[in-house]
Ligand binder design. Structure first.
Ligand code: TMP
Length: 256
């Protein structure tokens, strides 16, 4: 296993060369970081949960026709993915004010936004992933206008679908971050969803209690991160009470 060629190591994941051309193995680590890795801890079991949750979300998104890099889960911590040329943007969609938009614009956390807002951040750790506009993206050729349009259309579909999926299990999708890549196949290029979608990259609040079921538990020293991620997995129907994986679908929460 360790002889595999490492292609890239990020803060929470490692990419290895895959078994076939144009594939990679995405390995989920237990590392949790915040504030551009100024805060860093190992949280045992986080990688396993994110692997399962991201597999589940990417599979559901593929079912509604969102092209993704996910091929199949290989084991507890790894999935086979399609190789992409990553577009150096973190695309954030917000439904409710929280985190950096609350600070930047002085909005109370929990305020519903007038409509879903898409933001782009330039993926560059040295610069702390600065907020950028479409002008920067096209001027520096990180993506062309057509690619930006496609990404915006995709994230709005992802947002609508995931908002409904999570609402069905009593969770409010406050915001999330996704990344896209260019996948080349037979001289054709298409933009596909890459990276992960997990409680590391979303804000997920319990509808009833407003309890945080995401990485803010780590960022804000609230504790109980694993329990929160397990709760998300349990409600999605991918974990049973004793923590072992199960195969059935989401557990519906009654609506009021
Ligand atoms: P923010 O409010 O800190 O800008 O975060 C917006 C969303 O993006 C939130 O769901 C957390 C996620 N996120 C990441 O996945 N990676 C990051 O590096 C940052 C800053 C945020």
């Amino acid at each position: 296993m360790n002889r595999r060629r490492k292609i890239y190591e990020g803060k929470a994941k490692i990419l290895y060369e895959g078994p076939e051309p144009s594939t990679l193995i995405q390995h989920f680590k237990d590392d949790a970081t915040a504030f551009n890795a100024q805060k860093h801890e190992q949280i045992e079991g986080k990688g396993v949960l994110n692997n399962r949750i991201s597999e589940y979300v990417f599979t559901r998104l593929a079912e509604i026709g969102i092209p993704t890099h996910f091929v199949r889960r290989l084991n507890m911590r790894e999935q086979l993915v399609r190789e992409v040329e990553i577009i150096p943007l973190e695309v954030v969609v917000r439904n409710v004010a929280a985190g950096s938009i609350s600070k930047r614009l002085g909005l109370e956390e929990g305020t519903a936004l007038p409509r879903s807002i898409i933001e782009f951040y330039y993926k560059n750790d040295k610069l702390g992933d600065p907020l950028v506009t479409e002008e920067h993206i096209t001027a520096f050729n990180w993506a062309n206008p057509q690619e930006i349009d496609e990404i915006m259309a995709l994230v709005l579909r992802i947002n609508d679908f995931l908002s409904g999926l999570f609402l069905g299990i009593g969770i409010r999708l406050v915001d999330f971050k996704v990344e896209f890549g260019r996948h080349f196949e037979n001289d054709m290029m298409r933009i596909i969803l890459a990276d992960e979608i997990s409680p590391d990259s979303c804000r997920l609040w319990d509808v009833e209690t407003q309890n945080r079921l995401d990485k803010d538990r780590f960022r804000r020293d609230m504790g109980g991160l694993i329990e929160a991620y397990q709760e998300v997995a349990r409600r999605l129907g991918i974990l049973v009470e004793n923590g072992h994986p199960k195969a059935s679908g989401p557990v519906l929460v009654s609506s009021k």
